[in-house]
Structure formats: C-alpha cells, structure tokens
Design a protein around this ligand. Structure first.
Ligand code: SF4
Length: 479
C-alpha cells in the first residue's frame, strides 16, 4: 500500500527520564518514528522544577529549529511526539506534547490513539466551564487530570490514584505519556491496541511506540508494555502498576501488516519476520496460480513477497521501484492528487517484467488507487499476466482507534466483492489472505490477542459514541 492511497498512523511517542542528553536522544529517536506522523512534532523537557516545550509543523527537521532544541538541552527529562492528524485538525495548536501551566505545577501530555468517548467527555467538561485550546481529543485527558481531586494532592501515591481514576473514565485506544516536573507516567489502554515499549539507555528508562527508536539511540529494548499497564518513572526509580485489572489484549493487526517499521520488534519478533510469514501463508492460498516472478510493492510489502517467494519457489525480483524523494507538501487531498502521487512514487522495471507472468504482493488494499495503477503500469511495461496477492484480509471497515480511514466510502472492499475489485483494478486474479490464516501467523509469534475490526467489523472497544452521523446512516442501511 502506498501512503498516499492508504491508511495513516496517527502518532509516534518517545520519552526518557534522567539522562544528560534527554532532548537530543528524544530528537534522534523521533526521527526513527517519523513514519508514524509527519504533520507536526514537538518535545517537552523537564528541569525537575518546570516544563519547557517546543513544537512545530511538518517533518521533524522542519518542525523544530536548532535554537529550539538548544533551549531544551540542559534538561534531563524529555518526551517527544510525531503527529499525523486524524482526530482534530492539522494546525499547530493540535501538535503535541501539550503543555499546561498552573499554580499547582506544570503538566505535559502526549497521546497515540483515539478516544471513542472524547466528544461526550468534552461536552460534559465544557458544560462545567472548561475551555479547550485545541480540537484534539487528547486535551480532554488534561482537563480531567486537572479536575480530579483527592488521594493526597502532593504525594506520589495521591497523583497515581488521580491518574488511575482519570484513565478509567476515557474509553478507546490510547498510549499516553503524562509528564509532571518530577515524574513521567505512561499508560496503555485496557485493550492494548497501540504499541508502547519499555527500554533503557545508560541506566535511564525510556519508552517508545516502536523499538526502532531504541535502536536509533543505542538503548536496550526491555519489553512490551501490557494492556492496562501504568508505569511511573521518577528520580527514585520505576514503579510498575495497572490502572485496571480488567484487560482484553487486542493489539492492532495493522501495526504488523503495514504501520510499524520492518526492524521494529513486538514480543521480540521483528515486523519483517511476521510480514514474511504472512507472505508464506498467502503462497498457500495462491498455490493454483502459475507465474514467472513475484514482486513486492516497495517498501512495506517486500518482506511478504520474500516469504511468498520462499514458500512458492517463484523467484522474487524487484519489478517496481519507489522514488524516495517525492515530497509530501504539495499533496492535496482528493482522488486525482492521490493518483498523481502514486504515479510519481512507483514505477515498473520494464526489462524485469516484460513478457512475464507476474505475481504482485501488496500488504493491503484501501481505496484501490495504488493497485489499479500498479496493474496498469506493469501491463504497459509488457507483463503477460498480473496476479495480485494481498498479505492481509479484505479491509472493509473504518478504524476508530487512531488510524486515518474513518468512513466506509473511502474503502473499496466495504462495498465491492473481491471479484469486483479484481475487475476494477484490472488484475488477472486477486487473492486475499484469510482472517484465520492471519491470526495463525500472529499466534505463532506469541500474540496475546489482535484487533481485526477493520477486516471483520468486530470492534473490541464499543464505538457507538465515536461513529460519525453519516456512518450511522450507512450502518442502519446495512452497508
Ligand atoms: S480497526 Fe484495524 S487499523 Fe484499527 S486498531 Fe483495529 S486492526 Fe488496527
């Protein structure tokens, strides 16, 4: 899937406590999480007494100036956030971490995911007099934290109690970093939908959305943070706790299929290996199809194509090339712009595909723009046959947990059968991986449970409060 045509991850998180180079390390780590969000970035650092922040729009290199980074250098604690706007607009005020100042102390907040009851909570808070600075659902948590009373205002246990109470009020998929002057608290929702990892660098604890951030700064990957877990890091050490004992792990399947970087690990298994295994399973489903070569759509589908080639014995070739230097800034929404972007981004290698029967492996099909272009381009370059293999099941439903495809209208498989999609993209055949085979692969790597709602419609967290009015109409009509 090409990013101009597909799903977009919402955010990348990184935080480190008690390191002399906290803000530099955060900046470096955020570079490796850039694929999780390119619309804005920010860092908040703590001196131990106060919080200081810097943020800006665009890629990390554009968002934060050298002067801004230099201003954060002296401080030993930092959190950083790369953002893709799916809920809330893409203006600067929505770029995280959010920083709040009050006479009770500073508070910074960064969030990956989507709160399904944010709208209702926000309305209730506004009715009680709260004024919001942003349109982001994450700000709701800050208001709830500021309002929560009891548990002993200043004590460590009192603060933990208040954070727990607030986390129990929000529903949805969230990985939160909550920074006070003297502590960093991270928490994962009770379904563990979004990834969050714990690491250590030179004796200092750090957290990140993906382990590739640890690799970038030379940190040790300790373990995956679990559903419902709440970890607090202070100068005194680390405190492991849970804000709830009622958990039901449903990690996002799309992290494995598409979002996460291939070198990132989940439960000590690289995404590359998981994708390769998905490709091997797909080869079993496509046994009846004869072909001369198999090619993967770069970059996210290369591992699946590799697995497919190993299992089928069909030689893997690089029949499609990706132009890595296509800028993002000129891309405007809309189908025509998307098609132009895909054309600029992918091109076939003529003398590899000419006169051959080609199997193309893609990790998923969302709108179908990329697949249509690829089939057409390969045939124009002389491919005799083009068979499309998808290393995930048909993507039919919107995601309400922080991924930017929020209406059925944007998803081709929500209204069309695989045969109709095959016809529309012009392929000689189209084969998807089955839901069961996908889960078999995940189980073989020790998954504790996966969200597959965009394939099956079985949403593990109730979405009633998050459904847009137009989606409710479609749902009622049975679409
Ligand atoms: S609905 Fe799909 S994209 Fe959203 S969290 Fe579940 S598996 Fe991931």
């Amino acid at each position: 899937m090409d990013e101009f045509d597909g799903l977009k991850e919402e955010c990348g998180l990184f935080g480190i406590w008690g390191h002399p180079e906290a803000s530099e390390l955060t900046y470096i780590a955020m570079h490796s999480l850039q694929h999780r969000g390119q619309q804005g970035a920010g860092i908040v650092s703590s001196s131990g007494d106060y919080l200081f922040g810097a943020r800006g729009m665009g890629l990390l290199t554009e968002a934060l100036s050298k002067e801004q980074l230099d201003s954060l250098k002296p401080f030993p604690h930092a959190i950083g956030h790369t953002r893709y706007a799916s809920s809330g607009g893409s203006e600067l005020s929505n770029v995280q971490p959010f920083l709040f100042k009050s006479h009770k102390g500073d508070l910074a907040l960064a969030h990956n995911g989507n709160l399904v009851n944010a709208m209702n909570l926000r309305r209730a808070l506004e009715d009680q007099g709260a004024i919001f600075q942003t349109t982001s659902d994450s700000e709701v948590l800050a208001h709830l934290l500021r309002r929560e009373r009891g548990g002993g205002e200043e004590s460590f246990e009192g603060r933990k109690k208040r954070i727990k109470k607030v986390l129990k009020q929000v529903k949805g998929a969230f990985a939160f970093m909550i920074m006070h002057q003297d502590s960093l608290t991270v928490a994962l929702d009770d379904h563990g939908v979004r990834p969050l990892m714990l690491g250590k660098k030179d004796g200092s604890y750090c957290v990140a959305s993906e382990t590739c951030a640890f690799t970038a700064i030379g940190a040790e990957y300790i373990r995956d943070i679990e559903a419902g877990e709440m970890i607090t890091i202070t100068d005194e050490g680390i405190d492991f706790d849970h804000y709830t004992d009622t958990t039901s792990p449903h990690m996002c399947s799309m992290e494995y299929i598409y979002f996460a970087r291939a070198d990132s690990e989940f439960r000590r298994t690289s995404t590359y290996r998981i994708r390769k295994e998905l490709g091997r399973s797909l080869a079993e489903e496509m046994q009846g199809i004869d072909a001369d070569i198999v090619i993967g759509v770069p970059d996210s589908s290369l591992a699946a194509a590799h697995g497919f080639s190993e299992a089928s014995g069909i030689k893997q070739e690089q029949g499609l090339l990706k132009n890595r230097y296509v800028g993002r800034t000129f891309i405007t929404p809309g189908q025509e712009a998307r098609e132009r972007a895909v054309r600029m981004k992918l091109s076939p290698v003529r003398d590899i595909v000419e006169g051959r029967r080609v199997i193309v492996i893609d990790d998923s099909i969302v709108r179908g723009t990329t697949s249509r272009f690829i089939v057409k381009a390969l045939k124009k370059a002389g491919a005799k046959e083009v068979h499309m293999g998808v290393s995930s099941p048909p993507l039919k439903n919107p995601c309400y947990y922080g991924i930017d495809v929020s209406t059925h209208a944007e998803i081709i498989a929500s209204t069309k059968s695989p045969e109709e999609i095959r016809d529309e993209i012009g392929a000689d055949s189209l084969t998807y991986l089955s839901v069961d085979k996908m889960h078999d692969v995940y189980h073989s790597f020790g998954s504790k449970g996966q969200c597959d709602a965009c394939f099956t419609g079985n949403y593990p967290i109730d979405i009633e409060e998050a459904i847009l009015p137009q989606e409710k109409d479609l749902k009622q009509k049975g679409v």
